[in-house]
Ligand binder design. Structure first.
Ligand code: NAD
Ligand code: WQD
Length: 339
């Protein structure tokens, strides 16, 4: 297949590009580099031995998008490009409506103009808000608790509506739980700008000495050790899931909404301990107040992905810690990484 990846030089996009290339697909990357590095295509080439054509463009530019889809004879799109910071979305709702919702509409218009009728979309477990229970199934109610989550839900609905009215032949809304880790080569990984919001990048920056300690946001939740529980999923497993989901919707012309998680909950303290075990690095922690808006615990029931397209996460929390550490250590110039 010839596949265009919007946001293809970003964290999850770049790993998916490598996974798709390994399965023989031809990949075109499209990105405006608002949250990624310009040498990602070159690093992907070093990793895979294949070249990755790059279109520098904004997803709101329908004309350029239409031309790219036509010129590269694209069969399907995987749509990663979005803004993704919950706090920023609450500070500037219109920015998020414009980049995420309007950007997706523009992309869908370009796809229609170029007769591209298959899309895989990056949704998020954030659409479940505070669930009544875990593990979470796909038919649980969606409860949007911030603007970022609202944009994900609207984008899912746009895609479902177009599939229902036969404007799209196949669509997959993939609800990621908590993606972490990096390619084991340490050639690609996550590059958060400024102070990381998310646990794993923050933790690895404590390990490199870039930050003095990790604040644990609350130890009085109703969870086994009092700290927040999440379903961390290795980005390599996630990348594989995109390839399988895409091949499934392309072969069967179906529209699906699917959780991508391991099905296992891990607490903040468990992750800190796993990190020390996997890397030999102890992390200094301090207990801090709860972070506003945080949910105590949630994790996926990932059975539908296995049933529909035979995907199951294979990598463990130790693998996630080891690969996140390799990546961050390399970026910090630490060369004696023995993991
Ligand atoms: P990322 O920021 O690393 O990747 C997104 C890419 O899109 C970046 O390379 C950025 O430069 C590009 N981009 C942003 N706006 C653009 C625009 N208007 N036009 C063109 N390119 C644009 O983020 P990621 O972690 O790889 O996330 C990918 C997708 O997965 C996003 O849609 C995100 O909301 C979703 N998601 C991420 C997580 C997570 O924790 N990382 C969890 C659930 C869902
Ligand atoms: C995980 C746990 C924190 C940082 C967010 C978005 C979500 C999705 C993924 C895109 C929680 C605790 C964190 C720290 C801590 N993104 N923590 N100290 O909040 O589950 O999800 O990213 O769709 O929409 O909300 O992930 O990694 O921020 O937090 O104690 O410095 O770690 O309280 O329990 P979260 P996270």
């Amino acid at each position: 297949m010839r596949v265009l990846l919007t946001g293809g030089t970003g964290y999850i996009g770049s790993h998916t590009a490598a996974a798709l290339a390994a399965r023989g697909h031809h990949i075109v990357l499209l990105d405006n580099f608002s949250n990624s590095e310009r040498d990602v295509p070159a690093r992907l080439q070093a990793l895979t031995g294949q070249s990755f054509p790059l279109i520098e463009a904004d997803i709101r530019d329908t004309e350029t998008l239409t031309r790219a889809l036509r010129d590269h004879e694209i069969d399907a799109v995987i749509h990663f490009a979005a803004l993704k910071a919950v706090g920023e979305s609450e500070a500037d709702p219109l920015l998020y409506y414009e980049m995420n919702i309007l950007g997706t509409i523009r992309l869908l218009q370009a796809m229609q103009a170029a007769n591209v009728a298959h899309i895989v979309f990056s949704s998020s477990a954030t659409v479940y808000g505070q669930p009544d229970s875990s593990p979470i199934l796909e038919d649980f109610p969606t409860r949007v608790e911030n603007i970022y989550g609202r944009t994900k839900l609207v984008m899912e609905d746009l895609i479902r509506d177009l599939a229902r009215t036969n404007k799209l032949s196949g669509a997959a809304n993939l609800r990621y739980f908590n993606p972490v880790g990096a390619h084991p080569s340490a050639l690609i990984g996550e590059t958060p700008r400024g102070v990381p919001n998310n646990l794993m990048p923050y933790l690895t920056q404590v390990a490199t000495g870039e930050r003095p300690h990790l604040n644990i946001f609350g130890n009085d939740y109703n969870t086994p050790d009092g700290t927040g529980v999440r379903d961390y999923i290795h980005v390599m497993d996630l990348a594989e899931a995109h390839a399988l989901a895409l091949e499934h919707i392309f072969a069967n012309n179906v529209s699906i909404t699917v959780n991508l998680g391991t099905g296992e909950g891990t607490s903040v303290l468990q992750l800190v301990r796993a990190f020390a075990r996997a890397t030999g690095r102890e992390i200094k922690t301090l207990i801090a107040p709860r972070r506003p808006g945080d949910v105590a615990s949630y994790y996926a029931n990932p059975a539908l992905a296995e049933k529909l397209f035979g995907w199951k996460a294979k990598l463990s929390v130790l693998d996630m810690c080891r690969d996140s550490w390799r990546w961050q250590a390399k970026r910090a110039g630490i060369n004696d990484v023995q993991v």
